[in-house]
Design a protein around this ligand. Sequence first.
Ligand code: RM4
Ligand code: MN
Ligand code: MN
Length: 430
Amino acid sequence: MHLIDPDLIQEHNGHQLQHVARDYAHLGEQLARRGIDVDAVRQRVAALGVALPSWGVGTGGTRFARFPGPGEPRHVFDKLQDCGVIQQLARATPTVSLHIPWDQCSDWSALRETASGYGLGFDAINSNTFSDQRGQAHSYKFGSLSHSDAGTREQAVAHNVECIRIGQRLGSRALTVWVGDGSNFPGQQHLRRAFERYLESARQIYQALPDGWRMFLEHKLCEPAFYSTVIQDWGSSYLAASALGPRAQCLVDLGHHAPSVNIEMIVARLIGAGKLAGFHFNDSKYGDDDLDAGSVAPYRLFLVFNELVAAAHEGVAGFAPAYMLDQSHNVTDPIESLMGSAAQVQRSYAQALLVERDLLDAAQDANDALLASQTLKRGFETDVTPILQRLRLDAGGAIDPVAAYRASGYRARVARERPARTAGGSSGIV
Ligand code: RM4
Ligand code: MN
Ligand code: MN
């Protein structure tokens, strides 16, 4: 089912076909000089899929306010439709990651069918025990899986099990658990006991995992708890995942670290330990800013992909990370931002694929720091745009997705169908 008229895409592409062909051929020539086959790189990038966050297609907000945009999705079906547009134009996002109970639905099979009509499947399903839902018996104000009260913990466990059941109906294969549990004051919480309680609850969720499922533990430095967070860093996440068992792994959200933390090194450690679940890609300057991937620090994203490509190149056993976006949009059209982020993820991957691994290994072994860093950077400094354009073109997408999207008038069209949301209030997005 086409959400954007294919003729419009074709017409839009028609203007640029020749340029893309020439640019691609030229890049192919340059890469051949380095012994790299441009078509092989393109095929590998084409095989990379990154999941869209269902919560990302609405306008987010800051802690202070939310400024809705026109045509915001009213419900999960609208969200899927917007995701379908992103996939149709940018061809990099074949799956969606749902967030329960933000995504409500009375007929999950119908949702699955609608998704497949847009060419979409479902990636990891996310639970939410960081905000209270209407009518729930116990409040998460002081935590969920690690709460001091057993009834609250039970409720949080039951919610996660329910998410697994929903995910099963959608074809998901993983549950992502991020909790806002922690404390705001020194002394508020017994730090060790809170972690023990978390583990005890997480164990019950782990036991409910169906065959073939994984449990992704997502750490976060702070927020909404500002003094201590129960799963604060990759160390706590790793301890928890190890205690739970082989199907529990650590998810790295790029925005969940202190500003100067070396994220690629964390990635390398987790790969080495067989505990890398996957990613929530986004970018940030100060904290969990949820900015578009690569918008602030594209080199950092490249360095993360360098670790991933190296692991695949070296055949690390069991290496199968899940790639997802997790971002929030305050000043852009979410569809445009998500298409941009997906392309940025592809770009970083392509650049990392260009790193000449043998030369890098040799320079590292010889302790030639300068040559090693130059070899690594050569990948990053290569403009791989023609590869990305070609693979979108080959897959029936748009050479320039944002331009095609703007020309399609999709946002204005849905703005007529979807009533405007009222501004104000805080976002609830953290
Ligand atoms: C959190 C975390 C989770 C996401 C929520 C919306 O900070 O990143 O992954 O589900 O935000
Ligand atoms: Mn996240
Ligand atoms: Mn976050």
